[in-house]
Design a binder for this molecule. Structure first.
Ligand SMILES: [Zn+2]
Length: 337
C-alpha cells in the first residue's frame, strides 16, 4: 500500500513563507524513483509499504503537487536497486519487469524519461537490447551488486563495469552513480574512475547522485575540484541536507552542473540528513522526545531549503536557479521545451 501522506500545517506554512517565491514554475526531478509493485515482500525496509503497489507518474504528480503546489514537475524516473527493500534479486527477468513498467510510465508523459537498473550480474548484450527495445533514457547502478565485502568499500567498476559505460556512450544515456567509500569524492579511487569514464566516453552523461554522495560537505570541499575540465559530469541534489556540498559544486564547476533531485518518495519521509565529524546520519521523529516528534517536516522541503541557501550564498540569478531546476536536466535528456 502507498502510505496516504499529506502535508501538515507546518509544512504548508514553510512552503508558503520560504519556498513558494523561490521554486520555478516548472521543474525536473533528476532522482525520482519509480517501480512496478512487488506484493508480499520479504527482507523489507521503510520503503516496503510503498513498493507493494506500482508507483505511477500520476501518483508521483499527485504527491509532488501536495509537497510543491502549482508546479509542473517531471523528471528522470530512476529504477530502484534490486535485492534491497524487498525487491527480488537481479536477473534479466526481474530487471525487465521493472524496466518495462518505468518505460511505460515515461512514455505517457513528455516531461519524464525512463532508466533501467544495471548490475555486473547482467550481460552487456542484454542491456543493449533492452535499452533499444524500451527506448531507455538512462542507466542506474548500485553498490549492493558488487562482490566486495563490504560493498560500501567498492571501487566504481565493481558495480559499474566499463562495458556499461560504453553502452551509455553509444546511446547518449545518462548514468546515475551513487558512489561509495567513506569519503565519497574525496577518495582518490572515486576521482580516478569518474575522470577515466568521463574522458573516455564523452557521449555518456554521468550524474553523481547525492552531490557525489557528499552528505558531509567536507568531502565535497576537498574533492569536487578534482573533476574540473570534464564536460559530461553532473550532480543531483537528492537527499542532501547540508548546503556546503551544493556550494562546492557551484563554486568549482559552475551552477550548470547541478540538477535538482529529490530521491522521491523519500521526499515524503519526515526528517533530514545531517553531517557530523567524518560522517553523516539521518535524523527523524524517532530521535525526538514525544512533544517534539511532530516538528520534523518533509525531507523534500528540507532539500529545497538547501538549494535555496546555496543559490543565495552563490548569488545566483533567477535564470540560473531555473537552470538547476529545469534547463540543465532538460538539456541532458534532450527535452525540447
Ligand atoms: Zn535514490
Amino acid at each position: 500500500m502507498i502510505p496516504a501522506i499529506k502535508s501538515n500545517e507546518i509544512e504548508r506554512e514553510i512552503f508558503q513563507r520560504e519556498l513558494d517565491s523561490f521554486v520555478p514554475d516548472k521543474a525536473l526531478d533528476a532522482h525520482a524513483h519509480m517501480w512496478a509493485g512487488i506484493p508480499n515482500q520479504k527482507n523489507g525496509s521503510g520503503l516496503s509499504p510503498w513498493i507493494e503497489k506500482d508507483m505511477t507518474v500520476t501518483l508521483f504528480h499527485d504527491l509532488m503537487e501536495d509537497l510543491i503546489p502549482r508546479r509542473t514537475i517531471g523528471g528522470l524516473l530512476l529504477a530502484l536497486p534490486m535485492s534491497i527493500h524487498g525487491l527480488p534479486t537481479t536477473t534479466p527477468d526481474s530487471v525487465t519487469f521493472q524496466a518495462e513498467h518505468i518505460a511505460h510510465q515515461a512514455e505517457s508523459d513528455s516531461t519524464c524519461k525512463s532508466t533501467m537498473f544495471v548490475s555486473p550480474k547482467l550481460n552487456p548484450d542484454f542491456i543493449r537490447q533492452e535499452v533499444k527495445r524500451l527506448n531507455i533514457g538512462g542507466l542506474k547502478c548500485y553498490h549492493t551488486e558488487s562482490d566486495r565485502n563490504p560493498t560500501t568499500d567498492s571501487d566504481i567498476p565493481e558495480f559499474l563495469p566499463e562495458e556499461f559505460v560504453r553502452i551509455a556512450d553509444e546511446f547518449g544515456l545518462t548514468v546515475t552513480l551513487h558512489m561509495v567509500k567513506p569519503r565519497a569524492i574525496a577518495d582518490p579511487s572515486n576521482q580516478h574512475w569518474v575522470r577515466t569514464y568521463c574522458k573516455k566516453y564523452p557521449n555518456m552523461k554521468l550524474i553523481l547522485a547525492h552531490a557525489a554522495r557528499c552528505f558531509n560537505p567536507v568531502w565535497a570541499i576537498e574533492g569536487i575540484a578534482s573533476l574540473k575540465g570534464l564536460p559530461n559530469v553532473y550532480f543531483d541534489t537528492a537527499a542532501i541536507g547540508e548546503v556546503g556540498s551544493c556550494e562546492a559544486i557551484i563554486e568549482h564547476l559552475g551552477h550548470d552542473r547541478l540538477l535538482w533531485g529529490t530521491d522521491f518518495p523519500l521526499t515524503h519521509w519526515r526528517g533530514r540528513y545531517v553531517a557530523y565529524g567524518n560522517n553523516h546520519c539521518w535524523t527523524g521523529p524517532e530521535d525526538a522526545h514525544d512533544d517534539k516528534q511532530d516538528l520534523y517536516v518533509f525531507h523534500g522541503l528540507e532539500q529545497l531549503r538547501v538549494v535555496k541557501q546555496a543559490a543565495w550564498h552563490q548569488r545566483l540569478s533567477d535564470s540560473q536557479v531555473e537552470d538547476i531546476f529545469f534547463n540543465n536536466l532538460a538539456g541532458l535528456l534532450g527535452m525540447a521545451y
